[in-house]
Design a protein around this ligand. Structure first.
Ligand code: PMP
Length: 348
C-alpha cells in the first residue's frame, strides 16, 4: 500500500503539477521543477533518517536487485572477499550474484539449517579477517524475520533494507551502505535508494558498468541518465507524509502496535501458528500457518471476499503472510485480526 493522503496529493497534482502546465511524468529531468522535487526528496530522507554529512544519498533505477548486484562491483576488486549472512531468499540471491563475479565471497551464516527462522548474532569473530564488508538483509520479507538489533563490526556493514526501511528508528552511522528498493515503504517500484559512507566511494582498480557505478551517480547528483522521475516524486510525498506524522519514532510505535495485534492473535490461538521466534519477528511481514493446511485455499478465498488482499504466503514457504508496511492503517490490521478470529470460530 501507499498512504492514502499521498495518493490524493498525487491525484490532485497529476495533470498539472503546481501550475507548471505539466504532469511530473512529462517534465524534463533536467528542468527546474524536477530538480526541486529531487532536492526536496533528498533533504527529507536525510531528515527522516538523520543521515550524517559523511554519507552520500543517491537515487538509482533497477530496484533492489540492481543494488545488490552493484555492491561487490563497487566495493571489491577481483580477488577480494566479503562475508554474507544468508537469512532468507534475498540475501541468498545477493550472495549467488556476488559469487558469479567475485568467487572469493563467503557465506558466514546459513539460515537453511533452521528453516530460516534464526537470525545470527554477528561479531568480528564470525567474519574472515580479510573480508572487505559484511552483508545482511535487515528484514526477511518472505520468512518474516528481522535483525531486531544490528551487529557492530569493525568492517563496513552493508544492509539491504528493502522491506523495512523507514519503519523503525535507525543509527545510519553503524552502516557502510544501506540500500532499499522503493516498493514497500517508499513509493512505486523500480526506484532504489542507496546511502553510502563517503569513504567507500573511492577509486577502484577494475572497471564496472557505468550505470552500476555509485561514484558516477553520486557525482551527477542522481542525474547521470534519466532517473525514474515519477517514482522519485512519489517517494518525496511519502517522506513528507512521514515527517508530518512525527518521523520514524512515531511510525515505529504504530508499526509495533500493528504487529503485536496480529502476533497476539496468533499466539493466543491453537488454530494458527507461527514458527518465528519472538526475538526475530518482523514487524512488516507476519508469516503464519493454519494448523490444517487443507484449509489454506478456503482461508485465502474468504479473506479476499472480506477485503484482505495478498495473504497467500510465498510459493516456497506456503501458509500465509500479512504484509503490514508503513501505509497499512491500524484499521486494516484490526480487520485482519477480526477475520482470523471469525475464520477460526467457523472452521476449528
Ligand atoms: N531485497 C528484499 C529484502 C526484497 O524484499 C526484495 C523484493 N521484494 C528485493 C530485494 C528485490 O527487489 P527488486 O524486485 O526491486 O529488485
Amino acid at each position: 500500500m501507499l498512504p492514502a493522503p499521498v495518493m490524493q496529493i498525487a491525484q490532485e497534482e497529476f495533470l498539472n503539477y503546481r501550475n507548471s502546465g505539466m504532469s511530473v511524468m512529462e517534465m524534463s529531468h533536467r528542468g527546474g521543477y524536477f530538480q526541486e522535487i529531487l532536492d526536496r526528496s533528498l533533504i527529507n530522507i536525510r531528515k527522516l533518517l538523520n543521515i550524517p554529512d559523511s554519507y552520500e544519498v543517491i537515487f538509482c533505477s533497477g530496484g533492489a536487485t540492481a543494488q545488490f548486484t552493484s555492491i561487490p562491483m563497487n566495493l571489491l576488486d577481483e580477488n577480494e572477499t566479503a562475508a554474507y549472512s544468508l537469512t532468507g531468499v534475498w540475501s541468498n540471491k545477493a550472495y549467488q550474484e556476488a559469487k558469479r563475479f567475485y568467487p572469493n565471497v563467503v557465506s558466514i551464516f546459513d539460515g537453511k539449517l533452521s528453516n530460516f527462522s534464526e537470525i545470527p548474532e554477528l561479531t568480528d569473530l564470525s567474519i574472515p579477517k580479510n573480508s572487505k564488508y559484511a552483508y545482511i538483509t535487515s528484514n526477511n520479507t518472505i520468512y518474516g524475520t528481522r535483525y531486531s538489533r544490528f551487529p557492530k563490526l569493525s568492517i563496513p556493514l552493508i544492509a539491504d533494507m528493502t522491506s523495512d526501511i523507514l519503519s523503525r528508528e535507525l543509527d545510519v552511522s553503524s552502516f557502510g551502505v544501506i540500500f532499499a528498493g522503493a516498493q514497500k515503504n517508499i513509493g512505486p517500484s523500480g526506484l532504489s535508494i542507496c546511502i553510502i559512507r563517503k569513504d567507500l566511494l573511492h577509486e577502484r582498480k577494475s572497471a564496472i558498468p557505468v550505470i552500476l557505478d555509485w561514484r558516477v551517480t553520486a557525482k551527477a547528483g542522481s542525474l547521470y541518465n534519466t532517473p525514474p522521475t515519477y517514482s522519485i516524486y512519489m517517494a518525496g510525498l511519502v517522506f513528507e507524509w512521514l515527517l508530518e506524522m512525527g518521523g520514524l519514532s512515531s511510525i515505529e510505535k504504530i508499526n509495533e502496535k500493528k504487529a503485536s495485534l496480529v502476533y497476539n492473535a496468533l499466539d493466543e490461538s491453537e488454530f494458527y501458528r507461527t514458527f518465528v521466534p519472538q526475538a526475530n519477528r518482523s514487524i512488516m511481514n507476519v508469516v503464519f500457518h493454519l494448523k490444517d493446511s487443507n484449509l489454506d485455499s478456503k482461508f485465502v478465498e474468504e479473506s479476499e471476499k472480506y477485503g484482505l488482499i495478498g495473504l497467500k504466503g510465498y510459493r516456497d514457504v506456503g501458509g500465509m503472510r500479512a504484509s503490514i508496511y508503513n501505509a497499512m492503517p491500524l484499521e486494516g490490521v484490526e480487520r485482519l485480526v477480526s477475520f482470523l478470529k471469525d475464520f477460526e470460530k467457523r472452521w476449528a
